[in-house]
Ligand binder design. Structure first.
Ligand code: TYD
Ligand code: MG
Length: 451
């Protein structure tokens, strides 16, 4: 049989197949398969690296605390699990233009000020372009070196020669490895390049940041292809029209995941938002029905967000429903619960639900907030503006307990809220306090008594 010289790869998740497929069996995305040449795989330097490797006993392994470098951004340090770990490989993914290059250049600046050696390798922009961006950010000292290159062999050589503490590769989709036959940005190129960078990071003890663009169409492989290979995966999210950006940890071998960092894009690069709740609640309407503040947990941090609902009579036979910033199906489910358990005639009403501020929240604790906002809009009742709510709503209208109730209450207290509607079970476990009135509810009929 003739040897295969090409294979088909899913550019979303990297699934490999001998034939073209319409839907990827790995990630269920449609139309993501691209044909790429496959060459013989020879791992460079792996043999010498593996020569003195033997299985070890767990009890004999000395585990020192990981040495960590602060990025100068508290928000980023937390997402990384306490700073940059030496010899780690971090992938930063996100839409083009969201601010990946900017934040990494700022991190370079902060680190260079604390005396670390840095190398910023760009395959996308010229030295001049980087200089223009750097001028917006501030002054740089001589610990930072810039290098424009896309050839992986040259990058490897330079990294070994310069031996920086931290290196940035911007972006992985522009880097190419001469040993791999396919074009830069293809699944096999991106994978092989990352593999080699991972080896360099581990053997030379250089912390490497790799930028990966998220692309919806085209032939460029997305960063999800790399997720399983790297130590840490961070995604930069945010609305293009809003100025704030959220950095979310998706995978972290050196810390907890699901932490988020909040930044704001301004004139001089990105700025940390230390108190996101305050930021999210900015511009809240006064004495308006359909507006409720809910408390959700992102990672280990409570965030208050305003939920808005607009419920109005439908003009067509089929009511319209939309959900921005939360799960559409969840909103439909909650409307069905309200219809059945409280007898609200929601079938004749359009409903629009929005998490103000543009954050995307999928925590079940948001349920009670959505329900309350919808009741408030339907009945045209104004909810007291010093009230926050959280709790999961079950199918029979029961309000179920959620975790970290104490933290949520504490965050609300910090921002001057005085009343908290929460699951009865969670309330019993909390101490009573004077500044905060805690109201426990068992089901949504109960909830009606307090509004
Ligand atoms: P960039 O970091 O180049 O995005 P990425 O590398 O993720 O593609 O960010 C580019 C955007 O950020 C661009 O639209 C301009 C904006 N920006 C500011 O608003 N302020 C600044 O100080 C900088 C440097 C960029
Ligand atoms: Mg960029």
């Amino acid at each position: 049989m003739a040897k295969r010289t090409t294979a088909f790869f899913c550019k979303e998740c990297g699934y490999e197949s001998a034939k073209w497929l319409g839907q990827c069996p790995g990630c269920r995305e449609w139309n993501t398969f691209v044909e790429e040449p496959v060459g013989k795989k020879e791992k460079v330097g792996l043999r010498s690296y593996a020569a003195n490797h033997k299985p070890s006993l767990l009890s004999q392994i000395q585990a020192e605390d990981e040495e960590r470098m602060s990025t100068g951004f508290m928000e980023l340090d937390r997402v990384l699990g306490g700073g940059i770990v030496r010899g780690s490989l971090t992938l930063i993914g996100g839409d083009p233009g969201i601010g990946k290059s900017t934040i990494l250049l700022q991190v370079c600046r902060n680190l260079s000020e604390s005396g670390k050696k840095l190398l910023y390798i760009s395959g996308e922009e010229s030295l001049k372009q980087i200089k223009i961006r750097a001028d917006r950010i501030g002054d740089f000292n001589d610990n930072l070196k810039l290098y424009c290159e896309t050839n992986l062999a040259l990058i490897e050589h330079t990294l070994k020669e310069e031996r920086p503490d931290v290196a940035v590769i911007d972006s992985i989709q522009t880097i190419y490895n001469e040993d791999v036959a396919s074009a830069p940005g293809s699944v096999s190129q991106v994978r092989e390049s990352t593999n080699l960078l991972m080896q360099i990071a581990k053997t030379e003890n250089i912390s490497v940041f790799v930028v990966g663009h998220v692309t919806k169409e085209g032939v460029v492989a997305g960063p999800r292809v790399l997720e399983h290979m790297v130590d840490t995966v961070l995604y930069f999210e945010g609305d293009r029209h809003a100025s704030y950006r959220i950095l979310r940890g998706v995978k972290n071998r050196f810390g907890s995941t699901n932490e988020i960092g909040v930044f704001e894009m301004c004139h001089e690069g990105l700025r940390e938002v230390k108190n996101p709740s305050e930021y999210m609640l900015n511009g809240r309407p006064e004495h308006a029905s359909g507006s409720v503040v809910a408390c959700v947990i992102e990672g280990t941090r409570p965030i208050l967000a305003e939920i808005q609902a607009l419920v109005c009579r439908t003009n067509f036979g089929l009511p319209r429903r939309t959900a921005a910033g939360t799960d559409y199906n969840r909103v439909n489910l909650l409307m069905a619960v309200l219809e059945k358990r409280l007898g609200l005639k929601l079938g004749e009403y359009d409903a629009y639900v929005n998490v103000a501020g543009g954050m995307k929240i999928n925590e079940p604790a948001l349920d009670l907030g959505i329900v309350l906002a919808m009741i408030s809009s339907y009945r045209d009742l104004v909810i007291d503006e010093k009230t926050i709510v959280f709790g999961e709503v079950g199918l029979s209208g029961e309000i179920r307990a959620v975790n970290m109730a104490e933290r949520r209450v504490a965050e609300a207290k910090k921002l001057g809220f005085t009343r908290c509607i929460m699951p009865a079970v969670s309330k019993d476990a909390l101490p009573q306090s004077k500044e905060m009135e805690l109201i426990g509810v068992k089901n949504i009929q109960d909830l009606m008594k307090y509004i």
